[in-house]
Design a protein around this ligand. Structure first.
Ligand SMILES: Nc1ncnc2c1ncn2[C@@H]1O[C@H](COP(=O)(O)OP(=O)(O)OP(=O)(O)O)[C@@H](O)[C@H]1O
Length: 874
């Protein structure tokens, strides 16, 4: 966790031709050459002469760029923010200033200079960093080495015009336009990240915004070019090409670092914002439209100023983010977990002195805003364990050194690499680490507590008021119930219900997925893995216990007799205390979880029947919802009549090795680039990588993720546009609407399309982002049919794949489905509008507001797969 203030750069543009022709005197001076010394302190000086009889302003800012300075210097002042996004730290750079002051020139550039602005340079810097990490297989931020580092970047571009959010890339996709021809306004929503720390802020994202997968700067530049053409521009008194909207380009980055023992997933977003310029209301703003534009620009900029003021005022409890769309969208960047820089652009001339003074005032406010920035990374249980062990080793070493092992006087040992230890603030030579074991535990606790919350909701739903005490008093029944529950839910450990405490989606090691059964074997294997983790946890526990015993027995004294020893003793005791509290909390949550799961299991046992025959309760897709909470689970569970069929799946790859398609021709129009099918370019890791993949679920998606191990194409191939045959389920009164629809759409297709399960060939999945784009066929033995599909997403939280049927929507199913390809069971099926009766009115409204499609989550941490399956209507 790092605390830093918003970085401020002032850029003074050269006088324009008009200003020169009017002989408008220069009033802004960079450097200290103007009479009177700049105020003391660090930073570069700037002087503003306000005019005759008025005070001259002298100030300092961390970077001041004069008319002769190029955009490269502006980029230099923000490059660390762009590069930091690769390491999982959110970044935001925005340009602020009067109309015609040079914001667009600075941020985007123009066609004449090939859009050579700060934005293009940031994108370049980010991709260079990502490619370097992938090539060297290391994380430059932590110097940690991995066996593989892969990344994905998604780009969106929007404008805020007259307080409406409009997708700048929507027209390129041929989406419906409103009367202005600017596309449908989009809504800002919030997504509470499951597993986030209690009290953590919800993430803001724009629902329905198109996002494109990009793999290089040129991909992004093509999008910028296309989007810029859709931006609202008008000639004004001060600028012939004045932007009348705020433009926000966002890159959502996910980096996956995999080593033998653990996996780390980093998510962050980079926001690059070119604000519309403030302008005085003048008589020339005659048209109604122009006046409306001016009013909304000025209102949103003044709200931005108010937000800055509120953030710098320690007494203010309310920050008016919601007063404008701009501040609401930038909420994370202004007062949240984002490294932010503002480039304040000013005109050099006397006639603009008032506006320049107001821009400098904004800059002063901005630099007082203090941000707390953390790395957004998700680590699996093994890395938590590794860190805890590394922490223990470090503490042991400290103990040894300061209690006589290595003798006094020496300087304390350096921090163990990769062992971020939480030590009390001001711990001097210890360096005061940032995050660590205790925080990891707290984080894990939050995740477990979240899971408990969901379990409680499921229980409430089922109306079960089980007798927990009974189960507690009967360990055998308890274990059996747990096992049944696990088998039913496809959770690890179903075969031998011993321990459910390590049931984390991150704890499952990748396994090859073969056609046919074996899920119980795998579950047993997983259980053994779980148990081994447990025994390691025991070791951890006993190490800590030993450490505590040592601490208890000996009075910590520094051999050299100084205060360092005493202080270290206190620090160790504090760390230990925090550790103990976190462990106790974890224990409490685990107990609670065991009780809840036992209740659910008891319920499952009571239902009876074979696992395969029991339908699974459909769940709502939290990524689509404004806020994910326990209510969602309740709604989902209450859709009793619309349960999904449970089918056994085989997984095969039926595509021949990907042949690189031609890269887009140089000079091709960006719109043509956007319209074309996904382009596969050769990747350095073997598999191709898709670029500019519009995430329309119905698009043919032939790219293959790196790391796919294709054994052979399926003999006889598969039908190109297979239609899903379904039969009405027995005992269900003829099936629901959906079933009927499918039946009528598919009669006769099943027989010809059927493929024997003997043909099923195994394919190796990475259980990660590397699987994206893999075309697979999912086999249902119930219907003896292969469904050709494409993996379009991987949900790290649930450890599930999102696949998309390659049937062009003919099946009538909203094609995206969530599959756990390990356990070979359908876990999630999109709820069709006609069977949505069980949903609450609120939910329906939300869906309708989102244009019937899924939410296009921009939030880097808000569930990557919302992006993959987001925006285009199915
Ligand atoms: N540093 C600079 N060097 C050279 N020309 C510049 C510089 N800054 C701005 N200009 C020129 O000044 C004009 C106005 O700049 P620009 O359009 O970037 O202003 P703006 O702040 O974005 O205005 P608006 O808010 O109205 O969109 C443009 O012609 C641009 O090329």
């Amino acid at each position: 966790m790092v605390r830093s203030s918003i970085s401020v750069c002032i850029r003074v543009r050269p006088p324009s031709a008009l200003e020169a022709s009017r002989s408008d005197p220069v009033s802004v001076h960079t450097g200290s050459s103007i009479n009177g010394a700049p105020p003391p302190g660090s930073g570069e000086p700037l002087t503003l002469e306000m005019g005759e009889g008025r005070k001259t302003l002298r100030c300092r800012y961390s970077t001041v760029l004069g008319p002769a300075d190029g955009t490269d210097r502006a980029y230099a002042s923000v490059s660390s923010i762009a590069v930091g996004v690769a390491g999982g730290v959110n970044g935001c750079v925005f340009a602020y200033g009067q109309t015609g002051a040079g914001k667009t020139h600075t941020m985007l550039g123009d066609e004449r200079n090939g859009y050579d602005g700060v934005t293009g340079r940031c994108v370049d810097g980010l991709f260079s960093e990502l490619n370097q990490m992938a090539e060297t297989r290391s994380d430059s931020a932590t110097s940690q080495s991995y066996s593989s580092v892969s990344y994905s970047v998604h780009c969106s571009f929007l404008q805020i015009y007259n307080e409406k959010l409009l997708d700048l890339l929507a027209s390129a996709r041929g989406h419906a336009q409103d009367v202005d021809g600017r596309g449908q306004p989009l809504a800002i929503r919030e997504n509470k990240r499951p597993g986030a720390k209690p009290g953590a802020k919800a993430e803001v994202f724009v629902s329905g915004l198109s996002e494109y997968r990009v793999t290089s700067k040129s991909d992004v530049m093509a999008l910028i070019q296309a989007g810029t053409q859709a931006r609202v521009v008008r000639g004004t008194e001060l600028n012939d090409v004045s932007s009348r909207s705020h433009a926000v380009l966002q890159l959502a980055v996910e980096v996956e670092c995999v080593s033998e023992d653990f996996r780390v997933l980093k998510r962050a977003k980079l926001s690059l914002v070119d604000l519309a310029g403030s302008e005085k209301m003048s008589s020339k703003a005659t048209t109604k439209n122009h006046t409306k534009e001016l009013t909304s620009i000025n209102t949103s900029l003044s709200t931005l100023g108010n937000v800055m003021s509120a953030l710098t005022d320690s007494k203010r409890t309310h920050v008016p983010y919601r007063d404008s769309k701009l501040t609401r969208l930038l909420q994370d960047s202004l007062g949240g977990n984002t490294s932010t820089a503002v480039i304040c652009c000013v005109a050099p001339c006397q006639s603009a002195a008032e506006e320049t003074a107001s821009t400098l005032k904004f800059a002063d406010r901005a630099r007082q805003v203090v941000l707390t920035v953390t790395t957004n990374e998700v680590v699996d249980d093994k890395v938590l364990l590794a860190r805890a062990q590394s922490e223990i080793a470090r503490l042991r070493m400290l103990l040894k050194m300061y209690m006589g092992g290595q003798g006094g006087g020496g300087s304390p040992p350096p921090m163990v690499a990769g062992s971020p230890t939480k030590m009390p603030a001001g711990s001097g030579a210890m360096g005061g680490g940032e995050t660590g074991t205790v925080e990891d535990l707290v984080q894990e606790n939050a995740r477990l507590a979240d899971q408990n919350r969901l379990l409680k909701a499921a229980l409430r739903n089922a109306g079960i008021r089980g007798n927990i005490e009974d189960l507690q008093n009967n360990p055998k029944a308890n274990a059996a119930a747990e096992g049944a529950f696990r088998r039913k839910k496809g959770l690890p450990g179903g075969a031998a219900a011993q321990d459910m405490h390590n049931n984390s989606v991150y704890s499952q090691p990748p396994t090859n997925n073969h056609a046919g059964g074996g899920s119980h074997r795998k579950a047993a294997k997983q259980q053994r893995a779980d148990m081994s983790i447990n025994s390691e946890s025991e070791t951890e526990g006993s190490d800590l216990a030993a450490l505590r015993r040592d601490l208890g027995k000996k009075k910590v004294k520094h051999k050299g007799g100084g205060n360092v020893g005493k202080r270290l003793g206190k620090e160790l005791a504090l760390v230990e205390e925090e550790h103990e509290a976190a462990e106790a909390e974890r224990e409490r949550i685990r107990k609670e979880r065991a009780e809840l799961e036992a209740q659910l299991a008891a319920m499952g046992e009571g239902e009876g029947g074979e696992e395969e025959d029991r339908p699974e309760v459909e769940q709502s897709n939290d990524y689509e919802d404004e806020e994910f909470d326990a209510d969602d689970e309740e709604v989902a569970a209450s859709t009793g009549g619309k349960k999904t069929e449970q089918v056994v799946l085989g997984v095969v790859d039926f595509s021949s090795p990907a042949k690189p398609k031609k890269s887009p021709a140089k000079g091709a129009s960006p719109n043509a680039l956007l319209r074309q099918s996904p382009v596969t370019v050769p990747g350095d890791g073997g598999g191709g990588r898709e670029v500019l993949k519009e995430k329309s679920p119905n698009r043919d998606n032939r790219g293959r993720g790196a790391g796919m191990n294709v054994t052979a194409p399926l003999p006889g191939g598969l039908p190109g546009a297979a239609v899903k045959p379904r039969k009405p389920r027995k005992g269900r009164g003829g099936g629901n609407n959906r079933t009927k629809k499918m039946m009528s759409a598919t009669s006769g297709a099943a027989a010809t399309a059927s493929t024997q399960s003997a043909d099923v060939l195994p394919v190796t999945l990475m259980y990660s982002m590397a699987d994206l784009g893999a075309r697979i066929a999912i086999y249902s033995f119930r219907y003896d049919f292969h469904y050709p599909s494409t993996i379009v997403g991987f949900d790290h939280r649930r450890n599930m794949h999102c696949v998309l049927y390659d049937d062009g929507g003919e099946s009538g199913v909203n094609g995206r489905q969530w599959y756990d390809l390990r356990t070979k069971k359908i876990k999630r099926v999109e709820v069709e509008p006609d069977v949505e009766g069980g949903r609450s009115g609120k939910k329906k409204k939300k869906k309708a507001a989102a244009g019937g499609g899924a939410a296009g989550g921009v939030g880097a941490g808000g569930g990557g797969m919302a992006r993959e399956s987001a925006t285009a209507p199915v």
